[in-house]
Design a protein around this ligand. Structure first.
Ligand code: NZQ
Ligand code: ZN
Length: 382
């Protein structure tokens, strides 16, 4: 196992009715900037619960953080928060609202151009942030990462700082009952791929991390389809929510090699062609596994045996595992081909140009995935 340092300060309040804990978590007298997306929190009653829990606080509400949160929108929230003297941020929504709110939290403490924070300047301070999660997928609720879209530059810009761990996260599975089928599928795929990217590399003498990852993968395989079939099954939603948080709260990746190439290629597909985040992953991941069959051989076989229970010779196991992964995504209603999104080979050169512009020319756990390999992956994904 490799050396590692692990730190995760986010307090999780998990379960039904936990939105009530807001007043315990946010200091009395705080001026709270409440951030959210479109209308979902009004339709499913989450906003009413938040407002009730925070009766007596000074609340300033900022609406309209879009999926793949946009820099120009977030800057408006920063202006509002500054004007109103807000000193605490409460994000109510999915990964986009939480990511966007991390940026707002840092930008409110940054004297210069807020774009600096997305182009290499690390945050030196940030307002305290809490969140009420309404979509289980990204893990943003208890990690220090965020991704903001700059529309004019056609870029998804990642940022990260230990200052941006949410102070607390409220995970009430009931808030996810109202998700449309597309977002249920997206959430399961995102959590599944986060897990694979910290697992499906090469053996690293880390049997505990392997079994933690396999536990998450098997649970997602079992529970994901149940959420689509029966959206108001609380137990299923609870299991999915906890899986998604654990898939990217830092624990799985301790001491093991990681391969975020699928995410890096996927981010370019979203920036250029506006696919949902998880839709890009479902397209790229099966093609990635096929292309990286040799460097990932030992773990592909382990994945086939332990997660999918596939028998046979080594080649059959690897083929079977890749096919099962593709079938699983499709059964969740998430397409696995670029063609399903109306994209053909003409889309590929632009993706490669973006990868090059962003220095994504030595990806993977071995840093040997160059632009030619990315091209082969995208061709396999057609
Ligand atoms: O805007 P509203 O009306 O709330 O609708 C949202 C949005 O349209 C809707 N939604 C959320 N909760 C709902 C609901 N609809 C009904 N009922 C509910 N309970 O779902 C739509 C998508 O929401 P979004 O937040 O965009 O989805 P997700 O959680 O998948 O977040 C995706 C973003 O997270 C980033 C992605 O790049 C993308 O920008 N990621 C962040 C990561 C991180 N911070 O660690 C890691 C990930 O790999 C990912 O890159
Ligand atoms: Zn993701």
């Amino acid at each position: 196992m490799r050396n590692f340092s692990f730190y995760n300060p986010t307090r999780i309040h998990f379960g039904e009715g936990q939105i009530d804990k807001l007043a315990r978590e946010i200091p009395a007298g705080s001026r709270v900037l409440v951030t959210h997306g479109g209308g979902s929190i009004f339709q499913n009653g989450v906003w009413q619960q938040v407002e009730q829990a925070l009766a007596g606080y000074t609340l300033t509400r900022f609406a309209g953080i879009e999926a793949n949160p946009q820099f120009d929108t977030l800057v408006k929230a920063v202006e509002l928060g500054r004007r109103e003297g807000c000193d605490f941020i409460l994000a109510v929504g999915g990964g986009s609202v939480i990511d966007g709110s991390k940026f707002i939290a840092a930008a409110l403490c940054h004297a210069g151009d807020p774009l600096d924070l997305l182009t290499g300047t690390r945050a030196k301070a940030a307002l305290p942030l809490g969140c009420v999660l309404t979509l289980a997928a990204t893990g943003s609720e208890s990690n220090p990462h965020g991704v903001v879209t700059h529309v004019a530059r056609q870029e998804k810009l990642p940022f990260s700082s230990p200052l941006l761990y949410p102070r607390f996260a409220i995970l009430d599975p009931r808030t996810t009952f109202s998700l449309p089928a597309r977002q249920i599928g997206n959430g399961v795929v995102d959590a599944f791929v986060h897990t694979l990217e910290q697992y499906l590399t090469y053996p690293a003498d880390a049997p505990l991390q392997d079994r933690q990852a396999e536990g998450l993968l098997i649970t997602l395989i079992e529970e994901g389809p149940k959420a689509l079939a029966n959206p108001e099954d609380y137990a299923v939603r609870a299991n999915l929510m906890w899986c998604a948080t654990q898939a990217l709260n830092g624990l799985l990746g301790c001491g093991v090699p990681q391969d975020w190439a699928t995410h890096m290629i996927g981010h370019e597909l979203t920036a250029l062609y506006h696919l949902d985040h998880a839709q890009t992953l479902a397209v790229v991941l099966p093609a990635m596994l096929a292309e990286r069959r040799e460097p990932k051989r030992a773990k592909l076989i382990q994945y086939a045996e332990r997660v999918w229970g596939i028998e046979g010779d080594e080649e059959a196991k690897i083929d079977g595992a890749i096919a099962a992964t593709r079938d699983f995504f499709q059964a969740l209603g998430v397409p696995t081909r670029l063609a399903d999104h109306g994209l053909d080979a003409e889309a590929i050169p632009q993706v490669l140009a973006q990868l090059e512009r962003h220095g994504m020319t030595a990806l993977s756990e071995r840093r040997d995935l160059d632009l030619d390999a990315s091209e082969r992956i995208l061709l396999r994904a057609l």
